[in-house]
Design a protein around this ligand. Structure first.
Ligand code: ASP
Length: 341
């Protein structure tokens, strides 16, 4: 009898120990996206699908491992985003879409939810990792946003890796540019309206931006986004991705958001900040706020795309109103998740 009691006592103490260790362990989590839009279910099969999924897994795992080592949410999102920037599969860094003039102009931003510090760059064409430049702007400049040549001079001064614009080239994006220009010119001939012709481009031409949001062991959240923008963009067009509040936002009091989709709508509807404001002032859940903005406000306005978001409790939301959105998450509460549709 005594032995039974002793064994039970030992078991209870073991379980209590295990429980209290995991109960005291802080929640860590990361979510990433690789763009939203019309992803063809027929084409996204077999090897192609595997390639996308494995790159998303690699990126989300790299970020999560840093969180496990006690690194900050900022470090985690940068690590994840850089893997996606280096992959030709996504419209950021290598693999960025082409401008109308056949070049690449990249945008990126980052925001820290604890301090509300932020950094952003737009229209850079020789910086290998735009997200790293955004981080440098946040940490080492007196400004929030730098653009074009000035941003590049700053990148050089900070010793970032610079590349020739041709580094970003890929055959599949070039084909998209040729097709996009043909479509634009055809519609423009009929309508004599360049703006309408450009707007008639299906959202496959706008897709592929990358982004990440994370919660670290200190309870701080951060968000970052990096993109080549929209195929055939002109006149130094800047999308939502480098605009704090539109494509990226983070505040420990509410949430961290990274967006992807038709940037003009995300700017006008101030999508990332709107989601966080709803969480903060309406007291609704992250899922409710994100859904209301993406599938309500934005969809009604005709803006296609999606977002990934996280709050300081580790809740994650990843709604989109397009056919698909490349996305993945890894969390100490909910485990692993990768999906496209
Ligand atoms: N939001 C990006 C932009 O408008 C494009 C995208 O997410 O695919 O520049």
């Amino acid at each position: 009898m005594n032995k039974v009691i002793l064994k039970s006592a030992l078991l209870i103490s073991l379980l209590t120990n295990i429980y209290s260790v995991s109960a005291n362990e802080p929640t860590i989590a990361i979510a990433i996206h690789g763009g939203a839009g019309t992803i063809s279910k027929d084409k996204m099969v077999g090897e192609v699908k595997k390639q996308y999924e494995s790159k998303l897994k690699q990126a989300v795992t790299a970020g999560y491992q840093l969180l496990e080592q006690g690194k900050s949410s900022q470090e985690a999102i940068i690590a994840a985003i850089q893997i996606l920037e280096e992959s030709p599969l996504f419209n950021a860094g290598k693999g960025a879409v082409y401008t109308y003039d056949g070049k690449h102009e990249l945008d990126a931003s980052i925001m820290d939810g604890k301090t509300l510090n932020a950094g952003a760059v737009s229209g850079v064409s020789t910086v290998k990792s735009p997200i790293m430049l955004a981080k440098k702007v946040m940490d080492e400049s007196v400004h929030v946003m730098l653009s074009g040549k000035g941003a590049e001079t700053f990148a050089k001064e900070k010793g970032l890796t610079l590349v020739d614009n041709s580094y970003f080239e890929t055959k599949h994006r070039y084909k998209s540019l040729i097709k996009a220009k043909q479509k634009i010119e055809k519609v423009n001939k009929e309508l004599k309206d360049f703006r309408a012709a450009h707007e008639s481009l299906p959202d496959t031409y706008k897709m592929g931006t990358v982004g990440a949001v994370a919660l670290d062991a200190d309870g701080n959240i951060a968000a970052g986004t990096s993109t080549g923008g929209m195929t055939a963009k002109r006149y130094g067009r800047v999308g939502d991705s480098p605009i704090i509040g539109a494509g990226t936002y983070a505040n420990n009091q509410s949430c961290a958001v990274s967006a992807t989709g038709h940037g003009e709508y995300f700017i006008r509807y101030h999508v990332a900040a709107d989601i966080c404001a709803r969480v903060q002032y309406q007291g609704i859940s992250l899922t409710q706020a994100a859904d209301k903005v993406v599938n309500g406000v934005l969809k009604e306005a005709g803006g296609s795309g999606g977002i990934i978001a996280i709050d300081a409790q580790g809740n994650i939301a990843m709604p989109f109103n397009s056919k698909g959105m490349y996305r993945a998450s890894k969390s100490s509460i909910t485990g692993d998740y990768v999906a496209i549709f």
